[in-house]
Ligand binder design. Structure first.
Ligand SMILES: O=C(O)CCC(=O)C(=O)O
Length: 332
């Protein structure tokens, strides 16, 4: 267990602690309502998984069933997500390098790979699989006994949209999901091992240099937070973030459009389960628009142009023509 956060990797920007509150605290609603990150303690949201889902039990129940998505890296442990559909769409139009690949394999094949000692190999794996109907009767029965009443109460009170996905993540110590944002609300449940989570408010959009929407790494930052190239990405030096370390039983609320980097800490395997919800419908809009609304608006403009122009080179050129020599950033 991490006793002292100062023993972890030191970043070149300030990180303040994310608040921790009990599931019974009346303040919880305020965090969810204001879309502010918080670690919720004592919820028992995924109780049966906490009690049982170690590697032995999961292998017994999932080992030979269905196929699982496993991301792989070689020579590093940065598991930058990419969208395979966008890779296909861009074939022949644009060159890009992906830092990870995804394979489908039986659960027991994944276990075989992660059980090889890390020393002596340079490939790393990260299982990232939506829980679906291939999981078999025991896992299904555990899943049904998650605290769905609580999930429904929170998502209903907050008027979030529907639950889209419960992703099961099993990672090797040292794995990093680099900084990115999602277009969904997330209740992120830690089941096994510990994870360090860095979060950044959506207003840091410009300081994190996201890929264009048409790119396979859409929603990911181009910046490696551990080795930022400040000549290319100078605004990184102005970042201010928040952080927490999650232990089994903790639930981190990751608000929609908040940037997050998630790091699997030594020495154990990490297991997590996400509850992703669509955004709720917007009843009223107030001005000036929030950073979240602005990101949503920028994405829509980019999507419209991508659809109209089809070719990434044309999109780049058009955006440059709109901005260059005409619009300037206000000095802060
Ligand atoms: O746990 C991880 O490594 C990544 C999880 C994540 O990015 C998410 O739940 O949005």
């Amino acid at each position: 267990m991490v006793e002292d956060i100062s023993t972890l990797y030191t970043y070149n920007f300030p990180l303040i602690p994310i608040s921790r509150i009990s599931v019974d605290s009346p303040e919880l609603k305020d965090y969810l309502y204001k879309e502010l990150p918080v670690v919720i303690e004592g919820s028992n949201l995924v109780g049966p998984a906490l009690e049982k889902w170690d590697l032995g039990y999961l292998t017994e129940n999932l080992g030979d069933r269905g196929l699982y998505n496993v991301m792989q890296t070689k020579g590093h442990q940065m598991f930058k997500y990419f969208d395979q559909n966008k890779v296909t769409q861009l074939k022949g139009k644009m060159e890009f390098v992906l830092e990870a690949s995804t394979d489908e394999m039986k659960f027991q094949e994944f276990v075989k790979r992660i059980q090889l000692p890390q020393r002596g190999r340079d490939t790393y794996s990260y299982l990232q699989q939506p829980l679906n109907d291939t999981v078999g009767p025991n896992i299904f029965s555990d899943f049904r006994r998650f605290n769905w009443e609580l999930v429904k109460r929170w998502s209903g009170d907050m008027k979030w949209g529907s639950l889209t996905n419960n992703m099961l993540l099993i990672g090797e110590p040292g794995n990093i999901t680099p900084v990115h944002y999602d277009e969904q609300q997330n209740l992120f449940c830690q089941v096994g091992g510990e994870k360090r989570c860095l979060l950044f408010h959506p207003r840091h959009f410009d300081k994190l240099y996201p890929y264009p929407v048409y790119h396979p790494c859409d929603r990911q930052s181009k910046v490696n937070l551990r080795a930022p190239d400040l000549s290319l990405y100078p605004l990184v030096s102005q970042l201010e973030g928040m952080e927490c370390v999650l232990s089994p039983g903790d639930v981190l609320y990751i608000p929609i459009y908040w940037w997050h980097q998630i790091e699997s800490l030594e020495p154990d395997l990490t297991t997590s389960i996400t509850f992703w919800f669509k955004a709720g419908s917007i009843d009223t809009i107030s001005f000036p628009l929030s950073a979240t609304h602005k990101v949503a608006m920028m994405r829509n403009i980019e999507k419209m142009l991508t659809e109209a122009l089809k070719d990434p080179k044309e999109i780049n050129e058009l955006f440059c023509n709109i901005v260059e020599g005409r619009y300037f950033k206000e000095e802060k």
